[in-house]
Design a protein around this ligand. Structure first.
Ligand SMILES: Nc1ncnc2c1ncn2[C@@H]1O[C@H](COP(=O)(O)OP(=O)(O)O)[C@@H](O)[C@H]1O
Ligand code: SF4
Ligand SMILES: [Mg+2]
Length: 329
């Protein structure tokens, strides 16, 4: 039986710079591969965290799954239906996204009620005479008082605006909710209540939640499983508890070592993450983490490691991942 959400070899490229100039110089067109062959599956009610440094392709992956950027290759299926085919628009509605900055993603001139009711009408989610009731129910779902329906986003606090952003996504009755840095713009004191809300919505509505963040602590709080991305690739895919107890990829270990609260002890020869990732336009040969990897060996420059492991949620892309604590013997 196929999985509820199936992402296979998903690749997204962006044309950057001048194709003409490249042609005149006899070079290939300057394409940047922002997402490079990502595959994973998820079931109803799963909560998957996606973590990695800025620029590693997290938002592009989210937008590709939501249909906001075109996919260069690969496939996406939801409940057995292809998500990429043109005729799949109704299916696309079943995947909704909550964005980082609630202020810029809400129309400042519309009241919350107007915004939600337009969505419900345009997408014919409920009969016209039920639209007002449904707006009230959506406010209840995100734990906001109904009287805020009458105000414009400018009158709301950051946390309230993000709740409205969640209500807007829920208005379309999605099966998959992708939250991209959804609490990054909020005060720390407001983050936990919004994360708790996402968790309870997942449980109560059976949503599949993809939670994207550069912040390991936040991802750990809401996810049962975590995919670590580096330069467009998934480099580790584990259950949350295993990942935090026993990270296997040197990149994951370095991310955790940079945040002392995770208590990851450095293996012999390991150091905290240094420098910036290389440009995705000029990838190193072999393992793309090798220029920054404290335990890189000769094989690492020669051969790119596959994302493999003992099970589909025990995978890491490092030649030495499944040797003792990721250290080459
Ligand atoms: N529309 C675009 N055009 C060109 N390059 C892009 C575009 N969107 C993202 N990128 C590039 O793709 C890579 C991944 O970006 P992004 O998905 O935003 O990463 P993240 O969300 O992890 O910070 C980066 O190198 C970024 O500069
Ligand atoms: S394959 Fe080599 S360079 Fe890449 S992460 Fe593993 S040890 Fe480091
Ligand atoms: Mg992003």
């Amino acid at each position: 039986m196929s999985a509820f959400l199936e992402v296979r070899d998903l690749t997204v490229t962006f044309r950057v710079g001048s194709a003409l100039k490249a042609r005149l110089q006899g070079e290939p067109p300057p394409d940047l591969t922002a997402v490079d062959g990502i595959s994973f599956t998820a079931e109803r009610g799963d909560s998957i965290g996606i973590v990695g440094e800025s620029g590693c392709g997290k938002s592009t992956l989210a937008k590709a799954i939501t249909g906001l950027v075109p996919v260069a290759s690969g496939s996406l299926h939801l409940d057995g239906e292809p998500l990429l085919a043109k005729r799949a628009r109704a299916t696309m509605r079943r995947v909704q996204m909550v964005f980082q900055d609630p202020s810029s993603s809400l129309n400042p001139s519309l009241t919350i009620e107007k915004m939600l009711s337009e969505l419900l009408r345009v997408h014919r989610i409920v009969p016209v005479d039920k639209v007002a009731d449904r707006c009230g129910e959506l406010m209840e779902l995100v734990e906001l008082p109904r009287n805020l329906l009458k105000v414009r986003p400018g009158r709301l606090s950051g946390g309230q605006r993000q709740r409205v952003g969640i209500a807007r996504a829920l208005a379309l009755e999605p099966d998959v909710l992708i939250a991209d840095e959804a609490v990054a713009a909020l005060d720390v004191s407001v983050q936990a209540p919004v994360l708790n809300l996402l968790n309870s919505l997942r449980e109560n509505l059976g949503l599949t939640l993809m939670f994207i963040s550069h912040d390991l602590a936040v991802v750990r709080y809401v996810s049962d499983r975590v995919i670590v991305m580096y330069l467009g690739k998934a480099v580790e895919d584990r259950s949350t508890s295993e990942l935090f107890d026993d990270p296997r990829h040197p990149y994951t270990r370095a991310l955790m070592a940079a945040a002392p609260k995770f208590g990851v002890k450095k293996a012999p020869g390991e150091s905290a993450l240094k420098g910036e990732p290389p440009s995705a336009l000029k990838l190193p040969s072999g393992c793309r983490f090798s220029p920054r990897c404290p335990i890189a060996a000769e094989v690492c420059q020669q051969r790119e490691p596959d994302l493999t492991g003992p099970s589909p949620i025990q995978r890491a892309a490092c030649h030495f991942a499944w040797e003792a604590r990721g250290v080459p013997s």
